[in-house]
Design a protein around this ligand. Structure first.
Ligand SMILES: C[S@@+](CC[C@H](N)C(=O)[O-])C[C@H]1O[C@@H](n2cnc3c(N)ncnc32)[C@H](O)[C@@H]1O
Length: 354
């Protein structure tokens, strides 16, 4: 079997480069990345300085531009995480609900823009990451998005497979469910995946890493980029101190919960499970979002570096932007530990079937 063949990969919706990380580590040559968000683009460029980057909306990258970059090089793999398909960001400022779009507009959604690039570049393998909720969503005519996706790929000669990935089962110290679509136009691989689609995805592991274990890799006083702590108001600090490991807002004594007046009476406001959440040191982190998360054993919120560690980014991965922006970039990313395992699997599929 051929070993260490040089394969090429290109990415769209690259964000800070979490998905790309695994491919870079597995010796794929990344031809280009793309994102319209300046901070994410800067993060990408600083971590992958040799990779060309299209810092603009995917729909503005023309076939001529792509052909000029790619020339005679064959792109083997395309990776991307179009933002949730229930919404589509057609330009910087406007989120449009997909259900409000007319049929002809639907073709201009980000997912369809991604498909257009697949049609043009004809990679052997395409990966697409999205939130797990996508699996249950339907368009305004009641059609499941999974069907819309596989039909659109089929139209250009690709078969699609998907798997729900629980990131904590892939060495990521975080509970996070995402769906990964794998599409291919290679007959031999399609035959194998039709027999058993699991061969297309990395194996789960029994070795679950806890938040406490992951965070112990950095010292409190260690000088690291993005490892600064928010200074909390005394009232916030009192609340933080009341939350037990693994607990959240609901664990606060009633006197510390938020109140509002309803029908002339004071009532306690209910909050969702990630509000004032403190991690449990012996369990994987809850899903990293752009919200504040309380440290498992210290009375403070996590720093962005700690969030990045819980997302399995290496300690020296650089991030560009203000705190809120960095936090969002991390929350958006494919965890690098998973992308490494997925890239290794893709290399095996290319070596064996393509
Ligand atoms: C879920 S994030 C991708 C994260 C990335 N896969 C990673 O692992 O770090 C989606 C990205 O799509 C970008 N995006 C949104 N609309 C876009 C568009 N029209 N063209 C290109 N990128 C876009 C967002 O700025 C965001 O960074």
């Amino acid at each position: 079997m051929p070993k260490n063949r040089k394969y090429t990969v290109a990415s769209f919706f690259s964000g800070c480069g979490g998905f790309d990380y695994g491919f870079d580590k597995n010796n794929f040559s990344i031809l280009f990345g793309n994102d319209l968000w300046g901070d994410a683009a800067s993060t990408f460029k600083v971590n992958y300085p040799k990779v060309l980057f299209f810092e603009k909306p995917i729909q503005e990258i023309t076939p001529q531009e792509l052909k000029k970059i790619v020339q005679n090089i064959k792109i083997n793999v395309l990776i991307g995480g179009p933002p949730c398909q229930c919404f589509t960001r057609l330009n910087n400022n406007h989120l449009i609900k997909l259900s409000e779009l007319k049929k002809e507009d639907e073709r201009r959604t980000l997912f369809h823009e991604y498909i257009k690039k697949v049609k043009l570049l004809k990679p052997k393998i395409v990966l697409m990451e999205n939130v797990k909720d996508l699996l249950a969503r339907r368009n305004q005519r009641g059609k499941l998005y999974t069907e819309i996706i596989s039909k659109a790929f089929k139209k250009i000669g690709y078969e699609t497979y998907y798997k729900v990935i629980s990131m904590e089962k892939y060495g990521v110290p975080q509970k996070r469910k995402r769906v990964i679509f794998l599409a291919t136009n290679v007959k031999k691989l399609i035959k194998k995946l039709d027999e058993n689609q699991n061969i297309g995805f990395p194996k789960e592991s029994e070795n679950i890493i806890s938040a406490g274990e992951a965070l112990s890799s950095i010292g409190h006083k260690e000088k690291l980029q993005n490892h600064t702590f928010t200074r909390n108001e005394p009232e916030t600090l009192i609340k933080i101190k009341h939350i037990p490991p693994g607990g959240y807002y609901e664990h606060l004594p009633e006197k510390l919960k938020t109140k509002k007046i309803r029908n002339g009476k004071e009532v306690i406001v209910k909050r969702y499970g990630s509000y004032f959440r403190r991690l449990h040191p012996n369990q994987p982190s809850t899903t990293i979002t752009n919200n504040y998360i309380i440290h498992p054993t210290e009375d403070r919120y996590l720093s962005n570096r700690e969030k990045a560690i819980l997302h399995s980014f290496p300690k020296d991965y650089k991030f560009f932007g203000m705190d809120g922006s960095v936090s969002q970039q991390i929350a958006n990313a494919v965890p690098p530990m998973f992308s490494e395992k997925m890239a290794r699997k893709v290399r095996m599929l290319l070596d064996t079937y393509c």
